[in-house]
Design a protein around this ligand. Structure first.
Ligand code: F6R
Length: 581
């Protein structure tokens, strides 16, 4: 996982690259670093690295350094623990080359044994850069030859001591480059470009680029020069003010009504290119994703079954890609991903494409790898999501997929959707709820049907940012094992938004209480039952309630996380985009 950024141009590029790296922190934030050519010191290659986020790096370089040629990296550790030695840039054994790398060198042990040089870090990247240094020929030829030996994925930027060039190479992981009259920038996604660039080039697998002052030359895998078309970039909504001290997670939870309104306007009101007729021919649907996006897939299955009477299935991408799948041309394979860069989801999408079948991608980032593979794209309109825990992207995914199902079913219920988009809000007091969680040794989430999916998502949020070991289960499964864990130190959060299962969930609540467990009930339904706390939800149509009922659970995770003194935006051991397997 990790993000890379490079800047080459008139003026000091160090702060430019730092700003770009801040945009890429969603890809990892264990450690970071820069390599640059110091023109005041004989064009020597210098490196600054640190453990922690980009703010720590900024403190370290502030006003101390200046350079026109800079490469930078923000890391999420794959090979080797989090420490300065393992942070990027990595230097070649002879000190001549520095590299920043996003991806994994799968055959790094084998390559390491093949080059007889000392290594200072535990990273696969150090092997890569030393391999480059060991090859013969010009720097570009060395890079090209090394890339031919590497098995795995990479997007990389390479800088040579005393040189006036940066080289880029790409396979698997994304890499963009943009040029204007003053400078050239490259990065793992277009957010690094700010408003200074109007167009960008997207490198394809196997391609290389050579950056010099105000110029970029592209090469194919054989080292032959190629022309590439640039793509206009729209930066609106995809760049954030990082100076704010507020948490992004809370901001994003509160932005959900806006995301819902934007989704309604874009999918139900504006004329867009999304023609539902294209999808009538499919007899079934298979949704594939990871984490929170997988929960959206479970919800989408319910919508398509309910409104379109079509058989549906949902799979976790890391399972799907290695399963004995029976693929069918009558099935539409739908890949759901906030970032569009999740490695397992991309690998699963490629597998279906390689079988010659159609795929649709539901993504929140317009220029992402997943969209480049898609036959159809259903965009979500959540705006940039920075906090690692997905909140507004989740509810926007559910709403987009619901609208998709309703359109496919030919149901025109625009007035209901409009009413929802105007009246949905995110105001819940979770103070007492938070206390109850903190007083309990064990926390469970339970629900039936759509509320079971909300339980899974609520538990994921609490684990992810508050580090509480909790579990989401189908309420009906309580008696099949989990009840053994319930005692007076347990809190069970019951979600109930469906009349059909009202009595059933009441029985489950009584079963918990009979064993001394406390209940927090989250519901818009009249339940005649005593509980430790009830959080009343506003009433909308049942199929809209999953968008409402998840909000107090998002707020709960946020509050518990804050009370325990953790950073809600950057949970430990996670990154926003899981770009490696
Ligand atoms: C949970 C969370 C993750 C992501 C998952 C997929 O809050 O954010 O579980 O949902 O890593 O990411 P995307 O949607 O970018 O494919």
């Amino acid at each position: 996982m990790c993000g890379i950024c490079a800047g080459f141009g008139n003026g000091n590029q160090i702060m430019n690259v730092i700003r770009g790296l801040k945009e890429l922190e969603y890809r990892g934030y264990d450690s970071c670093g820069l390599a640059f050519i110091n023109s005041k010191k004989n064009d020597n290659l210098e490196i600054v690295k640190c453990v922690g986020g980009i703010n720590s790096l900024e403190e370290k370089v502030k006003e101390n350094f200046s350079s026109e040629i800079v490469i930078g990296h923000t890391r999420w550790a794959t090979h080797g623990k989090v420490c300065e030695e393992n942070a990027h840039p990595q230097l070649s054994f002879d000190g001549n080359y520095a590299i920043v790398h996003n991806g994994i060198v799968e055959n790094f042990e084998e390559l390491k044994n093949s080059i007889d040089v000392p290594f200072l870090s535990q990273t696969d990247t150090e092997v890569f850069v030393s391999l480059i240094a060991k090859e013969n020929g010009s720097t570009f030829e060395k890079l090209r030859k090394a890339c031919q030996k590497v098995v795995g994925a990479y997007s990389l930027a390479l800088l040579e001591n005393k040189s006036k060039k940066i080289y880029l190479a790409k396979k698997g992981s994304p890499l963009w480059v943009a040029v204007n009259e003053n400078e050239v920038m490259a990065g793992s996604d277009i957010s690094v470009f700010s408003n200074k660039f109007k167009n960008a080039f997207c490198l394809n697998d196997g391609e290389f680029a050579e950056i010099s002052l105000k110029n970029v030359i592209f090469f194919d895998k054989n080292g032959k020069k190629i022309e590439k078309k640039c793509i206009p970039i729209e930066n609106d909504g995809f760049s954030y003010d990082y100076s704010s001290s507020d948490s992004f997670m809370l901001k994003e939870i509160k932005e959900q009504p806006l995301a819902i309104r934007k989704t309604y306007l874009n999918l139900c009101v504006s004329q867009n290119n999304f023609d539902i007729k294209n999808f009538k021919k499919f007899k079934s649907f298979h949704f594939i994703a990871c984490g929170t996006a997988y929960h959206s897939c479970l919800m989408a299955c319910r919508f398509l079954q309910k409104f379109c009477n079509k058989p549906c299935e949902a799979s976790v991408a890391s399972e799907f890609r290695y399963a004995e799948n029976v693929l069918s041309k009558n099935c539409l394979y739908v890949f759901v991903s906030q970032s569009g860069e999740t490695a397992d989801t991309i690998a699963s999408a490629k597998l279906v494409k390689d079988a010659g079948l159609s795929i649709m991608c539901v993504t929140n980032v317009p220029y992402c790898t997943l969209n480049s593979l898609a036959d159809f794209v259903l965009p979500t309109f959540a705006g940039k999501e920075i906090a690692v825990a997905s909140t507004k992207a989740y509810t926007a995914q559910i709403f987009s997929l619901l609208i998709f199902a309703l359109k496919l079913a030919g149901l025109n219920i625009n007035s209901i959707l409009k009413n929802f988009s105007l009246n949905f809000d995110c105001e819940f007091d979770v103070e007492k709820f938070c206390e109850l969680v903190l007083q309990s040794d064990k926390v469970f989430f339970m629900g039936r049907g759509q509320d079971c999916i909300t339980s899974l998502e609520g538990a994921l949020k609490l684990k992810e940012i508050a580090y509480l070991n909790c579990l989401g289960i189908p309420a009906g499964e309580l008696k099949h094992g989990t009840l053994a864990l319930i005692d007076e130190n347990s809190l069970v959060i019951a979600i109930s938004t469906q009349e059909k299962t009202k009595k059933k969930i009441e029985s489950n609540i009584l079963e918990v209480q009979a064993r001394g467990g406390k209940i927090v009930l989250i519901s818009n339904i009249e339940h005649n039952i005593n509980v430790a706390q009830k959080i009343s939800l506003p009433c909308f149509e049942e199929f809209l309630m999953p968008i409402v009922s998840i909000v107090p659970l998002q707020l709960l995770a946020f509050s518990v996380c804050q009370k325990l003194g953790f950073n809600p935006d950057k949970p430990r051991n996670l990154a926003k985009s899981v770009t490696v397997e």
